[in-house]
Design a protein. Structure first.
Length: 211
């Protein structure tokens, strides 16, 4: 009796991908026949591919059940992650967050002024928003009433600059720059907070609940 040589797992994955790359749908049995792999190995490979979509090079694995039969195929991605980062930012901004929040503008202002530690802290007009930022540990207040960004605040500020590059026009030389930001933007409470601020506010709320 001739024993069939066992296929290593990496080679088995390549076989499955080679068959699926056509985009045609396959049942598990048919996929096993085409690749000369057993049913259990095919299922294991599909599980690996589902949890590691980066192996699919810009495509996604579609697994569906039809009349108790599993059908699998690879299709082109049409979701947000298919696009480059700059296009993703444009889509997110256009659809969900067209206007930067006041919190983001304050953080960016501090960032552009290089207020990233206690020695470079600057004065800002105090208000409830600045208090929120401090409670969320995105901004620190010095003993003499100046403010600077924490590491978390710097992270959010950088993200805001990616999403709203026009914020880079906030002057880093004028102490009156904060007053140049449109006041009507601050009052538009119906505009949803940007993605950077969702984490900030949940963190601030958690601190309030603990106190």
């Amino acid at each position: 009796m001739i024993l069939r040589k066992r296929t290593d797992f990496v080679t088995a994955i390549h076989r499955v991908l080679e068959i699926l790359k056509t985009g045609e749908p396959y049942t598990l049995n048919k996929l096993g026949q085409e690749t000369n792999l057993n049913f259990r190995t095919v299922k294991k490979i599909l599980s690996v591919l589902e949890s590691n979509q980066t192996l699919l090079s810009g495509r996604s694995l579609d697994v569906s059940e039809l009349d108790n039969v599993t059908v699998v195929r690879i299709k082109e991605k049409i979701g947000l992650t298919f696009y480059p980062e700059n296009i993703q930012n444009l889509i997110i901004r256009t659809m969900y967050y067209p206007t930067s929040s006041r919190e983001e503008e304050i953080l960016v202002y501090l960032y552009l002024n290089n207020a990233i530690n206690i020695s470079s802290a600057i004065h800002l007009p105090e208000d409830n928003i600045l208090k929120e930022l401090t409670e969320a540990e995105h901004v620190e207040k010095t003993d003499n009433g100046k403010y600077y960004l924490t590491s978390d605040g710097q992270y959010v500020a950088k993200g805001a600059l990616k999403l709203y590059p026009e914020l880079a026009n906030i002057s880093s030389n004028s102490s009156n720059s904060m007053h140049a930001i449109k006041i009507e933007q601050f009052m538009q409470l119906s505009i949803p907070s940007g993605p950077n601020m969702l984490l900030l506010r949940s963190k601030a709320q958690a601190r309030k609940n603990m106190s």
